[in-house]
Design a protein around this ligand. Structure first.
Ligand code: XMP
Length: 530
């Protein structure tokens, strides 16, 4: 959604389909200036209405001369607002203003040595020779009238150009990526020296900005939200609560396969701390019936997912006057499902996110207030809204819950065992992570566990307890280090931590007589067992 307020300073990024176009907006926000992204085909009038303090043109995969190449309304460059273009952004600026773009002989991908030439406001204070990150085959061959070339590489004669009189600046390289070590200085030059902006933006401003945008959009209408208790939906719930109070109904579908004490914690936060209309759907028995005897992992997922929306819409259809469905979609979800909002130009990687199976005759308008933001920004927003750390820093938890951590069929007995064993794993590893956080000051330091839980396999083994033979269940402990779940390594936990987890589980969880630790990375394994 558009979180625009009209009076504050704001940098608007025009997205030409860069795979990570939001990274530019993100870098600007990291420098404490508010930034948001809009599709590249925005007209100059529409853009002017947003009252941007500055405009940045992103990169993009197209060739400027290709038939379907995204264009820019030339009026954007005439608004009198400073404009900075990166990569495709430089090329489109050049051709729009009468310059030319051609193929370079070899193309340039990765780090490239850059040499500055002449004066440059944009590169001011950065070394004469420096490394920049390039990713292009085309490049500007002739700059438009009034522009000067401010740097080059062996392959690229116009690595950057500027026309200070018209406040137009551009680079062929990517200052927004960390592999351009001086990129942040260039962005600072643009924002603070060239545009004269102030670094006055913070999470609190953002909360205010989002709250007023939500109020403006929703008016007197009602909003419904599927609250899972995860970070994203909880932050949306907290935000909605701040903006529109009881006009939002949070529907919490409890399928009975959440972790120990989790449903109670979610209910506590959203009934005591936040003023929303909270509906707790106790659906455990219905799910248990549906899952009875089901052993195939994908079938479990399918049953749980389908039933979730049935439960949700059964409630939603009973409520009067609901116009909007709020969702905690965040920016990486959009990237994974192909850029839906940002011009639709980035190529699709996966398409499974956020497809809502609306029943016939039911539809709501979507509100997705987090769709510009990265996970760590969402967490910071959650903290600014007053959400407790146990929600804000909650580890990822799959939608199908413990059902995919019980190998084979799900029964109440197995669920009980797994919940208790899992609670011990989490308690011990929460403490381990907290100790690392205290020592390093980093929440996700090199050895902290990113995701950790217990798994209940469908076997039994022999043991001996108090002179008695036992034939009981093992528990598998899974703890991984990761940053994005795409790859993961098993956590090299200290033996004493593993020993404590093992002895506590066999002592405290009836029915378990053995504990094993999964020492497989992803790939070849996955994080979950099913
Ligand atoms: P895998 O097991 O594929 O998991 O390595 C990667 C990440 O995704 C989570 N996961 C799921 N999340 N529904 C979800 O919402 C699912 O069906 C599902 N399966 C796996 C997993 O917990 C890990 O963080």
């Amino acid at each position: 959604m558009n979180t625009t307020a009209t009076s504050d300073q704001k940098v608007v990024v025009l997205d030409f389909g860069a795979q990570y176009g939001q990274l530019i907006a993100r870098r600007v926000r990291d420098l404490h200036v508010y930034s948001e992204i809009v599709p590249c085909d925005i007209s100059a009038d529409e853009l002017a209405a947003l009252k941007p303090s500055a405009v940045i043109l992103s990169g993009g995969p197209a060739s400027v001369y290709a038939e379907d190449a995204p264009k820019i309304d030339p009026g954007v460059l005439e608004l009198g607002v400073p404009v900075l273009g990166f990569c495709y952004g430089q090329q489109i600026m050049a051709v729009t203003l009468g310059g030319t773009v051609g193929h370079t002989e070899k193309g340039e991908y990765g780090p490239a040595p850059l040499t500055r030439q002449g004066e440059s406001q944009l590169l001011d204070g950065t070394p004469d020779e420096q490394t920049v990150w390039m990713s292009h085959r085309d490049a500007v061959s002739e700059v438009p009238a009034g522009f000067v070339v401010t740097s080059h590489t062996d392959v690229c004669p116009v690595a950057s150009m500027e026309c200070p009189e018209r406040k137009l600046y551009a680079t062929q390289f990517h200052p927004e990526v960390r592999h351009t070590p001086n990129g942040n200085d260039m962005l600072s030059n643009f924002l603070f020296k060239i545009c004269g902006l102030e670094a006055d933006w913070s999470m609190d401003n953002l909360v205010e900005r989002m709250v007023s945008a939500i109020r403006q959009k929703v008016g007197d209408d009602r909003v419904i939200l599927a609250l899972s208790g995860g970070v994203d939906s909880s932050v949306v719930a907290a935000l909605m609560s701040r903006a529109i109070g009881k006009q939002v109904t949070c529907v919490f579908v409890n399928h009975g396969m959440l972790r120990k004490d989790e449903p109670e914690q979610v209910e506590e936060v959203f009934t005591k701390q936040f003023d929303v209309d909270f509906i707790h759907v106790h659906a455990a028995e219905r799910y248990a019936k549906l899952l009875d005897g089901v052993t195939e992992p994908e079938r479990k997922r399918q049953i749980i997912g389908t039933q979730f929306w049935k439960e949700f819409f059964a409630v939603a259809q009973k409520l009067d006057g609901v116009k909007y469905l709020a969702q905690g979609t965040i920016y990486p979800d959009i990237i994974e499902s192909g850029a839906r909002k940002t011009g639709g130009k980035a190529s699709t990687i996966k398409s499974h996110h956020n497809l809502i199976p609306f029943p016939d005759g039911v539809s709501f308008d979507l509100i997705e207030p987090l769709d510009h933001f990265f996970k760590d920004e969402v967490r910071a927003l959650g903290t600014a809204l007053g959400l407790p750390d146990h929600i804000v820093y909650r580890q990822p938890f799959p939608g199908p819950g413990l059902a995919i951590r019980i190998i084979g069929s799900v029964t109440p007995e197995k669920l009980g065992i797994l919940k208790n064993a899992d609670a011990i794993v989490r308690e011990e590893l929460d403490a381990y992570n907290a100790k690392l956080f205290e020592e390093t000051g980093e929440r996700n330091s090199a050895h902290s566990c990113w995701q950790y839980f217990a798994v209940l396999p469908d076997i039994r083994s022999v043991g001996v307890m108090g002179d008695e033979r036992t034939y009981a269940r093992p528990i598998i402990v899974r703890a991984v280090e990761s940053s994005d779940a795409m790859t993961a390594d098993w956590a090299k936990l200290p033996y004493e931590v593993l020993a404590r987890i093992s002895s506590r589980i066999v002592a405290e969880v009836p029915g378990v007589n053995r504990v094993a630790y999964d020492i497989t990375s992803k790939p070849p394994a996955t994080i979950e067992w099913e």
